[in-house]
Ligand binder design. Structure first.
Ligand SMILES: CC(=O)SCCNC(=O)CCNC(=O)[C@H](O)C(C)(C)COP(=O)(O)OP(=O)(O)OC[C@H]1O[C@@H](n2cnc3c(N)ncnc32)[C@H](O)[C@@H]1OP(=O)(O)O
Length: 400
């Protein structure tokens, strides 16, 4: 670990860092045209590198806000573009990058760090716990009909990508957010626009207009065979709906696009009601349930105080956090909030496990049954299930 130096990268070093990351995930280096837009994703001062003295590892982050149960939006950073040169792996470079980043986040008052992991075995050791999951849902368009009692929805407006990028960010900002959703900084919209523009023809968007104005949208493209017989798939990148009418209206539109065989939504919340809208739910299928965001509670007291809790007897949690020891200690969590306490703990857990239950994705009793929580008070797991449970499944829908 002492054989290399970790420091913030200068803007002039960002391209080398980006290419190092790309090589680590087996992508080619960016050409000039690609780098022209990719450079914008590097927030000034937001990338770090490990040098030995050459650049051998890197990670970057950007600022956003995370919605927690109850609706509060708390400061988070998105962590991404993490890579170590293949000839320098397994000698502590990532550990040094992660430790440096976390100390910096804590000093800046960040409450959460979020990431999407290439492999499930990497980030738990740094306090990141799998906190949101999503599913890929596909529908056989030829068989699909919405039930006659499905909400009618409002007007739908088809936009090209340029128009969509002027409209969708505002619609997104106005939506009520589930736990796990995040603000989308402009760089993320630019990333999505670039990805959507790669399709031929470029992707489009459909916006739903409810009684109070635009309240949902979907971005999509249609790909597949160009010649008869048609085997075309409509792939949805984003689907956000602020009301039952918007959700049904958007799905009705997507299932109505001609010359399409399947409609696939890559990332849906686990509990969205599409099956309930279909007249025959067997024409739809869950293709995959997977990891979505891993979150790290950088400031445990602020994170615990920032969300609301369900009705149950209070529990006392004893939390351990070797990388950020200031988070360690006992916390009383009850329907009236959470604060530090001197009372004896009912449940003992590490900060990674706390992240897994924080947004309601994993029940404390299940984590205890799996051996991830030590139970000191036999009544505490059931009470914690009720306290940490949420009305809707945590989901982000924003990937980076
Ligand atoms: C948010 C994102 O950007 S996700 C992208 C992550 N990047 C990639 O997947 C690109 C390809 N992989 C890499 O670049 C590297 O292998 C990395 C970044 C995953 C790991 O970097 P390294 O410098 O080798 O990790 P380091 O030596 O610090 O190891 C730290 C610990 O993680 C473990 N570890 C490292 N990589 C992995 C892995 N892929 N799976 C499981 N454990 C791992 C090590 O065994 C070590 O364990 P220990 O603390 O118990 O000793």
């Amino acid at each position: 670990m002492s054989d290399f130096e970790i420091r913030t990268l200068e803007t002039a070093e960002h391209r080398a860092a980006s290419n190092l990351f790309r090589e680590s995930v087996h992508f080619p280096p960016s050409d000039d045209a690609e780098w022209e837009y990719a450079a914008q994703y590097y927030q000034p001062g937001g990338a770090i590198g490990a040098f030995d003295p050459e650049l051998v590892g890197t990670a970057r982050s950007f600022d956003a806000e995370l919605t927690v149960p109850g609706g509060a939006r708390l400061p988070m950073v998105g962590v991404t573009s993490v890579g170590v040169r293949a000839d320098r792996t397994r000698r502590g470079v990532l550990r040094a990058l992660m430790t440096t980043q976390l100390a910096d986040f804590a000093a800046r008052g960040v409450v959460f760090a979020n990431l999407l992991a290439t492999e499930a075995g990497i980030y738990g050791r740094y306090g990141y716990g799998l906190a949101t999951r999503h599913r890929t849902y596909s529908v056989d368009r030829h068989r699909a009909r919405l039930r006659p009692d499905a909400p009618a929805g409002g007007e739908l407006e088809l936009l090209d990508l340029g128009e969509a990028m002027a409209v969708c960010p505002g619609v997104y900002d106005g939506l009520e957010r589930r736990p796990g959703m995040m603000s989308r900084p402009e760089v993320l919209w630019r990333l999505y626009e670039t990805q959507l523009r790669r399709h031929t023809p470029p992707a489009k968007a459909v916006v739903h207009h409810g009684p109070g104005g635009p309240d949902g949208f979907a971005t999509y493209h249609v790909g597949g065979a160009l010649a008869h017989p048609w085997t075309r798939t409509l792939e949805v990148a984003d689907l956000f709906a602020g009301s039952p009418g918007a959700f049904a209206g958007l799905w009705r539109f997507l299932l109505g696009v001609d010359l399409v065989d399947r409609v696939v939504v890559g990332s849906c919340p686990l509990d969205d009601p599409i099956e309930l809208l279909l007249a025959d739910h067997r024409c739809g299928s869950v293709d995959r349930i997977g990891d979505e965001h891993w979150i790290r509670l950088v400031d445990v007291p602020a994170a615990l105080a920032g969300r609301v809790y369900g009705p149950a007897d209070p529990v006392v949690l004893e939390v351990t956090d070797p990388l950020l020891p200031a988070n360690g200690g006992t916390y009383r969590v009850g329907p009236d909030g959470a604060e530090r306490t001197d009372r004896p703990a009912g449940l003992r857990l590490d900060v990674t496990t706390l992240a897994m239950m924080y947004l309601g994705t994993w029940r404390p009793s299940a984590l205890a049954a799996a051996g991830r929580i030590e139970v000191r008070d036999p009544a505490a797991p059931e009470a914690a299930d009720l306290l940490f449970g949420t009305g809707s499944a945590a989901w982000s829908g924003s990937h980076f």
